[in-house]
Design a protein around this ligand. Structure first.
Ligand code: ZN
Length: 303
């Protein structure tokens, strides 16, 4: 989708509000300042926002955690090119009231004209999500019944996938139609590094008898695809409520922390500031508890 605009027109085009760009599944961001040599993104995952701001889980108020992160993002010294929510926006079963509270929490980001994108997790519900956040509904979904989008930036392209199989069922799935779309979309953008993002963890080995498949059911096909496209540098995911950086061969695996609660008390919760330039991307943990030993830890992916 080549767009040729003069720099003035380009700035005008890119300063349009998210609402004006509603329904766009392929978006160019970060081109507003042509002289910039880097850009930032704010990444959140597993916000688990319940219907009421009073609801707590595991001694955590999820609404307060998201409100704190939103305040911090709006106070960053330079505005991020986009704010990405990597699934499990809603608490457990993707209720309309969960998304109403979620929409309230992120209203300060909308007021600040931040570019917002969400992926869907196993606790999300696409129709309820679209009802509450109408600008997220694409006019023509690139993949039927899936919420996917592409963010093209000067330094790398982001492919935001949908691993939601069924609301409130832990298992994730991409499906052959989405994998075919991803393969074609990557082939059409082979000239730049690619970051692939979806909610669920990878899972190569089937679980023991009687246990649910907690990661992506079609991990084998998905991994084969990412390894086959040499521009894919990292897979970014959430779901496990763990902050970590591992690898599968040359592919970097970045596990975003939960904004909500943790399952392992040693793990931090918080959000992630990503810095991107011509030579790679860095992920810096913004722990809700700034005295956590991993606060401001940086995971670097070079290319
Ligand atoms: Zn979660």
């Amino acid at each position: 989708m080549p767009i040729h605009l003069s720099s003035v027109n380009r700035r005008q085009f890119l300063s349009q509000s998210a609402a004006a760009l509603a329904g766009v599944s392929v978006l160019r961001i970060g081109y507003a300042a042509p002289v910039a040599e880097s850009m930032t993104l704010a990444l959140l995952s597993d916000t688990h926002i319940p219907k009421s701001a009073k609801v707590t889980a595991r001694e955590v108020n999820m609404t307060a955690n998201l409100q704190q992160a939103v305040g911090q993002i709006n106070q960053l010294p330079s505005k991020p090119a986009a704010v990405l929510f990597n699934g499990d926006c809603a608490y457990l079963s993707g209720l309309p009231a969960d998304y109403a509270n979620f929409a309230n929490c992120i209203q300060p980001l909308i007021d600040a004209d931040q570019e917002l994108h969400m992926t869907m997790g196993n606790h999300d519900n696409i129709p309820a999500f679209y009802d509450a956040l109408k600008t997220q509904r694409p006019e023509q979904p690139p993949v039927e019944s899936k919420h996917v989008s592409i963010l093209e930036t000067p330094y790398a392209n982001f492919f935001l996938l949908d691993s939601l199989m069924k609301t409130n069922v832990v298992t994730g799935e991409l499906g052959d139609a989405q994998l075919k779309w991803l393969s074609d979309a990557l082939d059409a953008r082979a000239d730049k590094p690619a970051i692939v993002m979806a909610h669920h963890t990878l899972q190569k080995v089937a679980p023991p008898e009687g246990k649910a498949w907690g990661g992506i059911l079609d991990t084998a096909k998905f991994l084969e695809l990412m390894h086959a496209k040499k521009q894919v540098k990292a897979y970014v995911f959430g779901h496990s409520h763990v902050w970590s950086h591992t690898r599968d061969g040359d592919l970097h695996l970045i596990n975003l922390p939960a904004s909500a609660y943790v399952f392992d008390p040693a793990q931090p919760n918080g959000w992630t500031l990503a810095r991107l330039n011509n030579s790679g991307i860095e992920f810096e943990l913004q722990a809700h508890d700034q005295s956590h030993q991993n606060h401001q830890q940086v995971f670097a992916v070079k290319w």
